[in-house]
Design a protein around this ligand. Structure first.
Ligand code: CA
Length: 222
């Protein structure tokens, strides 16, 4: 699976991105400053860079300029709290492939990561594009689910929740883990939204597919 470099000096955000990407099968390396970001990004070991602009030693835009100046064509997604249009323009004109502002939802970052990785490598047919459990198939390209030979549409959030379960069959996932992965780091942890969405999935994909583990969370039956 693609190896993604994350340049982010805020540990909470870095680990949020890392956890999310890992749970979707990506390999990640995180660095907290511009100097390391630059040297690793030039090392050829990565398929994508997620770049914060407010790094402690140098500005992320400098890292971008250096990389492009040295001929690197590594896909770069800028992820920053700066929502100034001038920064956005500088980033995109400086050769970034995408620009995303914080706060952000993991789901959106993941979608953008997938787009960037798809546009560089035409995916081979052998790569996993469907996930199965019981009589249910998830198609990661069309983002539809097949239940008893019938294709159904799932809204984005429900699909990501289903995908999270399908990638961890048999593993108990706590409400907090599901909130982190599906809704983002800034979601109200007291909310019952996870239970509500598990209810939606049970209705659509079958009642017995996702088990409740009392006091802990949920688990996809194996
Ligand atoms: Ca920062």
């Amino acid at each position: 699976m693609p190896h993604i470099l994350i340049a982010e000096d805020e540990p909470r955000i870095a680990s949020f991105i890392e956890k999310g990407l890992k749970s979707h099968g990506y390999t990640t390396t995180t660095v907290g400053d511009a100097e390391q970001a630059l040297s690793l990004a030039l090392s050829d070991g990565f398929e994508l860079l997620i770049l914060d602009l407010g790094l402690p030693d140098r500005d992320g835009l400098d890292v971008l300029a250096d990389l492009r100046g040295q001929g690197s064509s590594l896909p770069i997604i800028i992820l920053t709290a700066r929502d100034d249009i001038q920064d956005k323009v500088s980033g995109l004109e400086g050769g970034a492939d995408d620009y995303m502002t914080k706060p952000f939802r993991f789901e959106e970052l993941l979608a953008r990561v997938r787009v960037r990785l798809r546009s560089v490598s035409s995916r081979s047919a052998s790569e996993t594009l469907t996930l199965n459990a019981y009589n249910v198939v998830l198609d990661l390209r069309t983002r539809k689910a097949k239940v008893d030979e019938q294709w159904i549409e799932l809204p984005a959030r429900e699909f990501i929740l289903a995908e999270t379960f399908f990638r961890h069959p048999g593993q108990v996932l706590s409400r907090q883990q599901l909130l982190d992965r599906v809704w983002g780091y800034d979601y109200d942890p007291g909310s019952n939204i996870v239970d509500v969405y598990v209810g939606y999935l049970r209705k659509k994909l079958g009642n017995s597919l996702i088990e409740t583990v009392r006091g802990v969370g949920y688990r996809l039956k194996t």
